[in-house]
Design a protein around this ligand. Structure first.
Ligand SMILES: [Zn+2]
Length: 193
């Protein structure tokens, strides 16, 4: 019996699952001969892989956007902080400018404030007399108990004289006298050196 070759059914094996399938129903996919079921499974896998990839990209995009938002928020927060700090510094500067001048005790220049020194001397003399019952012989006797040693330098600005009737004179010397005295002092110091 002769059988024509075109009618002979040709079978192939699915290269994925090994099922025997007629050649005409096998489908080539990426160089492999597959049965219908394997092809469907492949397509499903490809689709779900593509979906997973899309989901992954979506998540990545989300995280990039979140990062951008966070960066923007940080920048905004930093800007607000800068504005606050600048405001604070300005406020401090303004309050510094308008602050009350501190009482300068250390840099007090007695020569520039003879009236103030005189008041302090008067108070010192008063205190000395109320404790000792007598007037100090010299202004130097007031230091340091009744007067700060820092004021010793200002004594030369004054004439202090104890009078017979237990009273005294405390007068500010004239500027020329003081000047001459200063010059004399400088000359003496020069000689010493
Ligand atoms: Zn198969």
């Amino acid at each position: 019996m002769h059988t024509p070759p075109e009618t002979t059914p040709v079978y192939v094996k699915c290269e994925r699952c090994g099922t025997r399938i007629p050649e005409q129903s096998a489908i080539e996919e990426n160089g492999l001969l597959l049965c219908g079921e394997c092809l469907v499974a492949d397509v499903k896998r490809d689709v779900s892989r593509a979906e997973a990839e899309a989901e992954h990209q979506r998540l990545e995009q989300c995280s990039i956007e979140r990062d951008q938002i966070r960066r923007q928020q940080r920048r905004r927060a930093l800007l607000i902080l800068c504005v606050c700090v600048t405001g604070l510094i300005t406020a401090l500067g303004v309050s510094h400018i308008h602050r009350a001048e501190p009482v300068q005790t250390r840099s007090f220049k007695s020569v520039e404030h003879p009236d103030m020194v005189k008041s302090m001397l008067l108070i010192g003399i008063y205190k000395y007399k109320s404790e000792h019952g007598t007037l100090p012989e010299s202004l130097k006797d007031l230091v340091p108990r009744y007067l700060s040693a820092e004021l010793t330098g200002a004594f030369k600005l004054f004439d202090y004289t104890v009078l017979e009737d237990d009273s005294y004179l405390l007068e500010l010397k004239k500027k020329t006298e003081t000047l001459e005295e200063n010059q004399r002092e400088e000359a003496t110091q020069g000689e010493k050196l």
